[in-house]
Design a protein around this ligand. Structure first.
Ligand SMILES: Cc1cc2nc3c(=O)[nH]c(=O)nc-3n(C[C@H](O)[C@H](O)[C@H](O)COP(=O)(O)OP(=O)(O)OC[C@H]3O[C@@H](n4cnc5c(N)ncnc54)[C@H](O)[C@@H]3O)c2cc1C
Length: 504
């Protein structure tokens, strides 16, 4: 079987876990997936067996029943996800939802909350759901409309949530609600709070079950909260901490989605190899036709690459490092890559790829979800750029000499600024100069440089670009360049120019 690649840095326990999950994936998930696809029934036995094996305990400390001696928490989590996704992508939904659901309790719960829920979550006796999305709010998660209003020792929750995985199945629902309308709280992301709502709480009902494109057997529900009373002991952390809790688990969530994509890619590549090596056309197998080889080679390359991306970030997290950029890149790249892989897999199967007797059709439907869920890829791409740029700019700033006292002021400062901008113009005629670069070059503090730049701006000698109201970039205007240097200073004629005939 084309199972998870066991990296050199994996422990013996991690290798053993990969074999154990691979066995479950092949003998339970793969063996039953066609029946699940046909009936769309919820596979309770997968759920229960995974609970008995202790895999849900990935992030639960051992004193609350968590497992994993010798297994890195993130690596172990990714191994399980990869292998069960290789069996069928839908299996991932059950596993990761419970883990994302309980992670706020692990990270921020009180001792009482941990003791009450974690041991039973670790063994699969309880399942958790993560409840954020609403009919009128998805990607814009800060815009939650469901309210929770404090009444004595309780909160009263009203609103509707949708697309909730394990809705109706889970026992515990980790629900994000708005607890403040104060614009200041909204601005500071202090307007949300997180509550654990138990199945069976009066007023809490499943309104509808969605009928999805793929991942049959999973459950996604619309949930209705009608005057639902929850004790204040069910609030996680403090009122106003909801956004902090929501964003805390994002790295794990993104990496988990990417790990699932690795497993599904592996399944698609193996299915394609099984097909193209046995189908004969033009007197050769498809596997020998260069066009098919190109597609297959790409599939293998992408699968190996995303695997490396996932486990390298997982390893860093297990060493205690924070890897937001690595996890976000893994989410985007692995899910985009998977989508291309499953489409190519269908293509390599020809007409059979369009039929339900091969797994590729299911893999194609099942894979689309993760380009949308766990943060739509478009948002993630923006985030990759923002995270990377923040690191890059910090690195560049770190290399600059700090200026604590200005060496010049008044007209001298203005003159030096114009000179610097004139010189910068000769090197970068289309660019603005950065404030930090000017500070270092001119030996001016931020405050003194601002004052001098504003004075020059008032005289129309410089033009400034402000970001969030603060000066970030500057350039000399035409008047400023003229004032700084004579025209000759700006002249530049390479040797190949005939100065007699071309320059006037
Ligand atoms: C099967 C399934 C299971 C799910 N399970 C859960 C769950 O268990 N719990 C839960 O809370 N939620 C769940 N969700 C919800 C999921 O997280 C959201 O669907 C997702 O966040 C996108 O939100 P949306 O569907 O409202 O799309 P919208 O936010 O309306 O966005 C639609 C599209 O617009 C584009 N877009 C939106 N904003 C931007 C932007 N700023 N920049 C660029 N492009 C943008 C993207 O292409 C995006 O796909 C699930 C969804 C599905 C389909």
């Amino acid at each position: 079987m084309y199972t998870a690649e066991k990296y050199l840095w994996w422990s013996e326990a991690e290798r053993k876990l990969a074999d154990e999950v691979a066995d479950f994936s092949d003998n339970v998930i793969r063996a039953q997936i066609n029946e699940i696809e046909r009936t769309k029934k919820f596979p309770w036995n997968w759920f229960e067996e995974m609970g008995k094996k202790g895999w849900y305990g990935a992030f639960i400390p051992e004193k609350y029943g968590g497992t994993g001696k010798g297994i890195g928490r993130t690596t172990g989590f990714c191994i399980v996800l990869e292998e069960i996704a290789r069996g069928a992508p839908v299996a991932v939904d059950f596993y990761e939802t419970t883990i994302y659901g309980y992670s706020p309790i692990v990270r921020f719960g009180t001792e009482k909350q941990k003791k009450k829920w974690l041991p039973r979550l670790a063994t699969g006796e309880l399942f958790a759901a993560i409840v954020i999305t609403e009919p009128f709010m998805g990607s814009d998660a800060a815009n939650i409309q469901t309210t929770a209003v404090r009444k004595g020792n309780e909160y009263v929750i009203n609103g509707k949530k949708r697309f909730i995985t394990l809705g109706g199945i889970a026992n515990l629902y980790v629900v994000y609600c708005k607890t403040s309308d104060d614009p200041e709280d909204r601005k500071n992301h202090r307007h949300l709070s997180t509550f654990v709502v138990g199945k069976g709480t009066p007023g809490f009902t499943v309104e509808a079950i969605h009928d999805p494109m793929g991942r049959f057997g999973s459950r996604h529900a619309v949930l209705n909260f009608d005057e639902v009373r929850v004790p204040k002991e069910n609030r996680i952390l403090n009122e106003g901490d909801g956004w902090k809790i929501l964003t805390d688990a994002l790295n794990i969530e993104r990496l988990g989605v990417a790990a699932g994509a690795v497993g599904t890619s592996r399944c698609a590549v193996a299915a394609t190899a099984d097909y193209v090596t046995r189908r004969v056309a033009f007197n050769q197998t498809l596997a020998d036709i260069p066009g098919v080889q190109t597609m297959c080679g790409d599939m293998v390359t992408r699968t190996n690459l995303i695997s490396l991306l996932v486990y390298y970030s997982a390893h860093k997290m297990d060493l205690g490092m924070d890897v937001p950029l690595g996890c976000t890149i893994a989410k985007v790249f692995a899910t985009q890559s998977l989508m291309k892989t499953v489409l190519d897999a269908v293509q390599c199967h020809g007409g059979d790829g369009y039929m339900r007797n091969y797994p590729t059709e299911r893999l194609m439907r099942d894979s689309k979800l993760i380009e949308i869920g766990a943060g739509a890829n478009e948002l993630m791409q923006h985030l990759v750029w923002r995270l990377w740029l923040k690191d890059y700019l910090a690195m560049r700033s770190a290399g600059r000499k700090p200026v604590t006292r200005s060496s010049i002021s008044g007209p001298a400062a203005k003159k030096k600024i114009l000179d610097a901008l004139a010189e910068f113009y000769c090197r970068h005629p289309a660019l603005y100069m950065e404030k930090e670069e000017m500070m270092e070059k001119l030996g001016l503090t931020a405050e003194d440089l601002d004052k001098a730049l504003e004075a020059a701006e008032a005289e129309k000698l410089v033009a400034l670009y402000r970001k969030r109201g603060r000066i970030a970039l500057a350039k000399a205007t035409y008047t400023g360049l003229k004032k700084a240097k004579p025209q000759k200073y700006y002249n530049f004629f390479p040797d190949f120019v005939d100065k007699e005939r071309e320059v006037f």
